[in-house]
Write a new protein. Structure first.
Length: 322
């Protein structure tokens, strides 16, 4: 973390009166957890005019459980001087109605490898498990009061647990466990995990019917799952990750006029794949939007995957090309 960015952020927190906190579209627990953690943190600086903005964030079940009384604003208030954008790789993904950057100072904290560095103050580290993990370090460095962690722990843990897939993916590190040890003094970790992983299907029939909507591609190496709701998608991604022969999964959610696609892979760089479609994210998990029919999406993915897989096989080949 660059000290100059931290110093700039510190003076901003002293000088500015009103802040808007916003994440990415289709917000996940890391995104909302980091917004709520930052909002709480600003209270230590006596900032009362802080607004949590999310055009889409209040619908999830876990959101209702974590912050039942919070009602996000759909747009950034015009008088707001500074916008803090969290867990969001580029400006086109900001989850606020009619968002324009002009005349606002933008602070960006993020861990996506595809981050474009758009903030006036940008603290971005793709080696970190989550935005919440980066925030923990920022808050430690700025530490306004002795017991600052008490009311913030819940929100930071939410992001770390979710983005490490319950401490199971490559984001997990010694640092993550050290942070969790500190957070665990104030929260009940198992309870948070339960909130995030509760069963999302009403019946076995519903679950099986869901799989029939999916399509195997690349001779079984890839699988596209079509889902109807946000709550279904993580569950299918997790389940498909257990199938040995599948290298890459794409979960596609139907939106009004496009598909919201999320990619996961055990060995391939899906950030590069998502970039072919104008998206991005992380090496093992990324996302993109696709406009077109179901068949077009399958075709596009199949040819995109072919390119991506062949390229990485070429790299790994030990036989020199003649
Ligand atoms: Mn994240």
């Amino acid at each position: 973390m660059k000290k100059t960015q931290l110093v700039k952020l510190h003076s901003l927190l002293i000088e500015v009166k009103s802040f808007a906190l916003v994440g990415h579209v289709s917000p996940d627990p890391d995104c909302i957890g980091s917004c709520l953690a930052f909002k709480k943190f600003l209270e230590f600086y006596g900032k009362k005019r802080t607004f949590f903005v999310s055009a889409t964030g209040s619908k999830s079940k876990w959101f209702e459980k974590i912050a039942p009384r919070l009602r996000p604003l759909p747009a950034i208030p015009t008088k707001c001087e500074t916008v803090i954008i969290l867990d969001c790789a580029d400006l086109s993904r900001v989850d606020a109605k009619d968002f324009k950057v002009s005349q606002k100072t933008v602070v960006n904290v993020d861990h996506h490898i595809s981050n474009t560095g758009y903030g006036d103050i940008s603290i971005v580290d793709a080696r970190r498990s989550s935005t919440c993990e980066i925030l923990f370090d920022i808050f430690c460095a700025l530490r306004p009061e002795k017991d600052w962690l008490k009311n913030i722990s819940k929100y930071l843990a939410l992001g770390i647990i979710f983005d490490t897939n319950n401490f199971r993916n490559q984001g997990v590190s010694e640092r993550v466990f050290n942070i969790m040890a500190k957070l665990s003094k104030h929260i009940h970790i198992q309870r948070l995990i339960k909130v995030l992983t509760e069963i999302k299907f009403y019946s076995l029939q519903e679950f099986c019917r869901g799989f029939l909507r999916g399509k195997t591609i690349m001779d079984g190496k890839g699988f596209i799952q079509f889902v109807n709701s946000d709550t279904e998608s993580d569950w299918y991604s997790d389940f498909l990750g257990l199938v040995k022969e599948i290298d890459i999964t794409c979960v596609a959610k139907r939106r009004s006029n496009f598909w919201q696609c999320s990619l996961r892979s055990k060995k391939h760089d899906v950030n590069k794949l998502a970039r072919q479609f104008g998206g991005g994210g992380h090496k093992r998990a990324s996302a993109f939007k696709f406009v077109g029919s179901r068949t077009k999406l399958i075709q596009a993915l199949e040819s995109g995957l072919k390119k991506a897989i062949n390229k990485s096989l070429e790299k790994k080949s030990l036989i020199p090309k003649s």
